[in-house]
Design a protein around this ligand. Structure first.
Ligand SMILES: Cc1ncc(COP(=O)(O)O)c(C=O)c1O
Length: 365
């Protein structure tokens, strides 16, 4: 059983064919339609498709005013693209510890990490569960800082009735094949901040604006556009979104039920007033259990599992550059060693989930 299998079909193929036949392959009408669909769903005024979430995060930070030498607060437990985007902007990631129950940034630790050089806070909605945004936005307001949501995994996740991607100053989604919906590679930045929207639009396309005849280059921008071929896939995927989210949530509930009887495993907590998008189903193993050995034994039984995600301060680049000790980030360190991702995708059945949990119990006993 695979960890994840993207859900695509004839609808994606038909729309891609349309684009190929049109002869217009770069950012065009399908990307515009995809942007409209996602932006309406999320509920922001603007949305800009990008070549990936990483490039989206980079220009969102840039547009929000982060400059070389500035500091950006992020959780330590995330896919390293979160920190890489900060570094690509010449800024310094400041790693804050997480809560083990949710794998999200511990909001109560953010204020202590703020210095005179802090220019933004970038919470991550880990595995599709929105971070505790009220206290995060509260600190941000107190220090007049923009909040960039790394919502790479969280399309469809909600916090107090509002969609991930509409909870801060800007939000960034990923459409990598392991995400809620996919375009193969791709990202999208949402915002209702007019100034940031304008800057993102310019930065995404070579720093240019349209002139009367030609483009006018007003900044040293990037080419971070999404191709219309991929935009077409995104349009077809958006029609599947509600069904995908519903099925992922059903399977999440089923996992929680099945795991109740499995010793050594803690299922993820979903706080009140928060809807988990369940991009990944990540459990925490008790201390002392060799997580990597569990992955190996599950693979021997034809079930693919993997780590949760990375404690970034443990990765060679960050550890050599910043030299942060595990004691400073104890929960992220523990999650790095003990979190385990189980298979979750809409095509799975309840029987598959039961088989995963029974096999896990057998491997752990
Ligand atoms: C939290 C988080 N942020 C950013 C990214 C980067 O996304 P992309 O591959 O679209 O650049 C990922 C991808 O796994 C992620 O999980």
């Amino acid at each position: 059983m695979r960890l994840n299998v993207p859900l695509t079909g004839a609808e994606e193929l038909a729309l891609v064919e349309e684009v190929l036949e049109s002869g217009y392959l770069t950012q065009g009408p399908k990307v515009t339609e995809f942007e409209r669909l996602v932006t309406e769903y999320v509920g922001t005024d603007h949305g800009f498709a990008t070549s990936s979430a990483t490039t989206g995060l980079h220009i969102a930070l840039h547009a929000a005013g982060v400059r070389p030498g500035d500091e950006v607060i992020i959780p330590d437990f995330s896919f390293p693209a979160t920190a890489n985007a900060v570094i690509q902007q010449g800024a310094i990631p400041v790693f804050v510890d997480i809560e083990l129950e949710t794998f999200n940034i511990n909001a109560s630790l953010i204020e202590a990490a703020i210095t005179e050089r802090t220019r933004a806070i970038m919470p991550v909605h880990a595995f599709g569960l929105p971070a505790d945004m009220d206290p995060i936005n509260g600190v941000a307001k107190k220090y007049n800082l923009p909040v960039i949501e790394d919502a790479a995994c969280a399309l469809g996740g909600t916090y107090k009735g509002r969609q991930a991607g509409s909870l801060g100053t800007a939000g960034v989604f990923s459409f990598h094949p392991r995400k809620i919906i996919t375009t193969g590679e791709g990202g999208l930045v949402t915002t209702s901040n007019e100034e940031i929207a304008e800057k993102i639009s310019v930065l995404r396309t070579h720093g240019s604006v349209r002139g009367s005849h030609f483009m006018s280059f007003i900044d040293a921008g990037y080419n971070y556009r999404l191709s219309d071929v991929l935009g077409a896939i995104g349009v077809a995927q958006m029609a599947r979104l509600d069904g995908i989210l519903e099925r992922r949530r059903e399977l999440g509930i089923h996992y929680a039920q099945e795991l109740r009887g499995v010793a050594g495993v803690t299922a993820p907590v979903v706080p009140a007033e928060t809807r988990h998008a369940f991009q990944s189903y990540v459990v925490l193993l008790d201390e002392g259990i060799d997580r990597n050995a569990v992955i190996d034994r599950m693979r021997e039984r034809d079930i693919e599992t993997t780590l949760g995600t990375y404690s970034m301060h443990l990765q060679p680049y960050f550890s050599e550059r910043f030299g942060i000790s595990d004691e400073q980030l104890p929960m992220a360190t523990r999650a790095h060693h003990s979190a385990l991702t189980l298979p979750l995708y809409p095509q799975l059945t309840e029987d598959d989930v039961r088989a995963v949990c029974n096999t896990l119990a057998e491997v752990l006993s």
